[in-house]
Design a protein around this ligand. Sequence first.
Ligand code: AMP
Ligand code: ZN
Ligand code: FE
Ligand code: FE
Length: 287
Amino acid sequence: MTAAAAIPSAPATGFADLHLHTLFSDGTFTPEELARRGATEHLIAMALTDHDTVEGCERMGKACQSLGIEFIAGTELTTDFEGYEIHLLGYFLDIHHPKLLAEMKKFQITRQNRIKEMVARLNGIGVGLRVETVFELANCQSPGRPHVARALAQEGFCASMDEAFDRFLKKGRPAWVPKHKVSAADGMDLVHEAGGLAVIAHPGLNRCDQAIPQLAAAGLDGLECFHTKHTKSQSEHYLAMARKHNLAVTGGSDCHGFSKGKPLIGGVKLPATYLDILKRRRHSVSI
Ligand code: AMP
Ligand code: ZN
Ligand code: FE
Ligand code: FE
């Protein structure tokens, strides 16, 4: 008797956005608004990846569920690889994992202290921004430079957020303060301990290609090949690297709200077949 042929599963259809921010970090949409916008874009799956926090995931999960959208609990961790800042996306996280929450608390405390230091430096060069203004505007545990930039624009110290970054906040400018980071290896371990998969975000923006083989050997799960700021040739380059190092392929808009008058969500749509491959990796890890 011959063995029955394996029934091929139907190819996954639809599109996902696996890189999104809300006002729980430096985005401007609530989780509910973001989920609604995902529905308008006909997304079948969305991952929330706020910087160094998972606080928005519960609300976003509920909002997605009510709209029939698959939700993936995630984060975007600030990590370091040999002096390069690498943003590490964690997916399918246990958002109640005690160690994950403890580590995130450390990130958040240092982010809040960094805001105070940035404002002190601004005050030192005669820009009279009040730290309370930034914290009121940020109204979250994981504040960042965009909140300072928005406050500078709101209070009339700059004409726009771009100007605030250019004059004061980007690296080398007077109010730039380095961020707390964990090593990329420790970040990956943390994500794995919390039941998740670890993916390098927007590698094209970080000049960190040399990190990919090493981190792949150390258990990296994927590479964000599709991103709003990647050129077509960058996406192709990272697709080839993902193939070479046996990494799953992910993608997302990195929407923080409105950008130049329109929201980025919907601008990068990851075909669902890639999400399926990512999920298979999850099962092979947990078995
Ligand atoms: P931080 O995590 O505090 O270092 O801030 C990084 C965030 O600032 C990133 O998520 C970027 O989206 C945002 N950002 C960087 N440059 C600019 C810019 N010129 N205008 C607006 N946002 C920016
Ligand atoms: Zn951000
Ligand atoms: Fe990032
Ligand atoms: Fe991001």
